[in-house]
Design a protein around this ligand. Structure first.
Ligand code: NAD
Length: 361
């Protein structure tokens, strides 16, 4: 299979972890004989410096031409007080929108070697293995009217939560489809006791579920879900939810895994006729200016994003599993970066990347 990938390293540690992720991708492509075409583009702060825009036109063209995009992270402290359209983070929203990626997938796994890094008791978190599927382009973050208005001598802020049937349907199909490759269970999360949006959400998810009779569906109210993620995270396989609830729950899920540097993510859109998804893959973490340029960053979130890309965009499940297994082997070896190793001599970003390649074989 021809792998046609755009790489957007971005800012700070984004460039460092992406370098290692790309070396792993090259290694996999060579080992399994997949021709690999790599293009590199600008996004975020580095793009503002070079072109004046956080998401230059050239990057938009490169992304449209690629089958999948691997991103590092964006953000530079010097832009902290810049207007929103001149901030590196605007590039993120712009590329998600340009690619039409409407479902954000955040795998949450408790690795045996990292159980002690989780703030939860080992017996609660052990065996946790879920994917949070968050609707990414609708809901209250995008609804209008929005704004802060002067209204009869009072200042009023307005946001609008809005969903259409088709927006719910397409992300629900993504969740049920993913469940079929796993433990066949979807937990849909809403606030249907209060919100009409959630009542439509629940109705449409139930309708979609009829097309997947082999997948078990249950529903949780979002407040209860927040509690169950801590009390009994093993009960979850696929968690399906709308944009804002997913934003909050996925950060809660992130804590279960130990370090933010471990976490990959995938943002996917429609399926192509080949069965592959249009996809944007990136670690969950930011550009970490506090450790940038020191060869200290944990590259496993970025490398895990390569595993996700291989599986979702290219359907290469054996190759993806080999990368995931190599990550697990490196964690078990204890040769890990400082965020996972509070004492002793930590490994560098480059050493961890090299260890993953060696473990793939
Ligand atoms: P951050 O994720 O960059 O860092 C938070 C903390 O986690 C820091 O102490 C950092 O050193 C540590 N950390 C993060 N990734 C790590 C890794 N791979 N290995 C080891 N330690 C790691 O979040 P922040 O400090 O709030 O944000 C810094 C910048 O990144 C800001 O400009 C922010 O807007 C941006 N940001 C970008 C993204 C993205 O590109 N998707 C996401 C979050 C934040």
């Amino acid at each position: 299979m021809n792998l046609n990938v755009l790489v957007l390293p971005g800012d700070g540690i984004g460039a460092e972890v992406t370098r290692e992720a790309v070396l792993v991708l090259r290694h996999v492509a060579e080992k399994w004989n997949h021709p690999l075409t790599l293009a590199e583009g600008l996004l975020g702060g580095i793009a503002i410096h070079r072109t004046g825009s956080p998401f230059p036109e050239e990057t938009a063209c490169l992304a449209a031409a690629a089958d999948a995009t691997l991103m590092g992270a964006v953000g530079l402290p010097e832009f902290d007080n810049a207007p929103p359209e001149k901030r590196p983070e605007r590039g993120l929203l712009a590329i998600r929108q340009a690619l039409g990626v409407f479902a954000n997938l955040r795998p949450v796994r408790a690795y045996a070697a990292l159980l002690d890094s989780s703030p939860l008791k080992n017996h609660l978190v052990e065996g946790t293995d879920m994917i949070i599927v968050r609707e990414l382009t609708g809901g209250i973050y995008y609804g209008t009217p929005r704004g802060i208005f002067e209204d009869g001598g009072e200042t009023r802020a307005v946001n609008t939560m809005t969903y259409t049937r088709s927006e719910i349907e397409r992300v629900a199909h993504t969740a049920f489809h993913l469940a079929r490759g796993r433990r066949n269970k979807v937990t849909s999360v809403d606030k249907s006791n209060v919100l009409e949006n959630s009542q439509l959400w629940r109705r449409v998810v139930c309708e979609v579920a009829r097309e997947y009779p082999d997948v078990e569906l249950d529903h949780l109210l979002v407040d209860n879900c927040a509690m169950q993620l801590i009390l009994n995270p093993r009960r979850f396989d696929i968690v399906l939810t709308e944009n804002m609830f997913g934003d909050i729950l996925s950060d809660e899920g992130a804590v279960l895994a130990g370090s933010i540097g471990m976490l990959p993510s995938a943002s996917i859109g429609a399926r192509k006729p080949s069965g592959a998804y249009v996809g944007l893959y990136e670690p969950v973490h930011g550009s970490a200016p506090d450790i940038a340029g020191q060869n200290k960053a944990n590259p496993l979130g970025a490398i895990g994003s390569v595993a996700a890309m291989l599986a979702y965009s290219f359907g290469l499940t054996a190759e993806s599993a080999a990368v995931a297994k190599a990550i697990e082997a490196v964690l078990a070896s204890g040769h890990v970066t400082a965020d996972l190793r509070p004492s002793g001599t930590p490994a560098t970003t480059e050493q961890v990347g090299q260890a993953v390649r060696l473990a793939i074989g």
